[in-house]
Write a protein that binds this ligand. Sequence first.
Ligand code: PGA
Length: 263
Amino acid sequence: MSRIPLIVGNWKLHKTIRETSDFCRSLKEELLSGPNGPALREKKAEAAVAPPFTALSAAAQALENSPFHVSSQDAFWAEGGAFTGEISPKMLADAGCRFAIVGHSERRQFFHETDESVNKKAAALAAQGLIPIVCVGETLKERQEGQAFPVVERQIAEGLKGLAGMKPDALVIAYEPVWAIGTGQTATPEQAQEIQAFIRGLLEKIFSGPTAGGMRILYGGSVKADNIAELMAMKDVDGALVGGASLEVKSFARIVNGCIPNK
Ligand code: PGA
């Protein structure tokens, strides 16, 4: 089943409202007036930016009537209530989001995110019609101890519990080996493919074969303009979740251009 490549820029704790608007306007200009403008308008590939919560609406406004989308970097599972500091899926939809990242390793590491909370968040987002980008991936220690496969298996099984009814385009998985995030040490295309093929197999057990075959699995961890093509050449790499290299328009645009299939 053909899967539309997807590149998501995870800005983490960067950019003000003004910087976000300027970035989004320049990104449209850079990509849509470039050689891949027609392909992007025809949705041969998709791109999204994930600014901080404060700048989500500004991004959505600046990208209105363009083929590009907005993602949040997290979400809470309740629709409302006494949860000081949290943001609900409904509020994210209202701000113009189409996607929401959940379970990023920085949230697991610094903010006590667990497979259980990832699962609640993914379910609440899906119920709101938003597309969760569920992040999984092993630490360096886990890889060295031969635990990469069981860790990813647990994160997928627990994180997607009860979500078996999902359509192929309603869920995105991001495989981000923790040792490759922000370190400049990208997984080799073969390492990414090995785990991502394994993830596809796990998805097949949860969803039907055709559904799993249509779900996008992104790679994340030191993706740059110079390594996107070799990663995209892998059968089960359907796009990328990009941190550092998504903060500059030209660098992010080169990555988006690099994921466009050659006819
Ligand atoms: P990086 O971050 O591209 O800077 O390694 C990726 C991520 O954390 O999603």
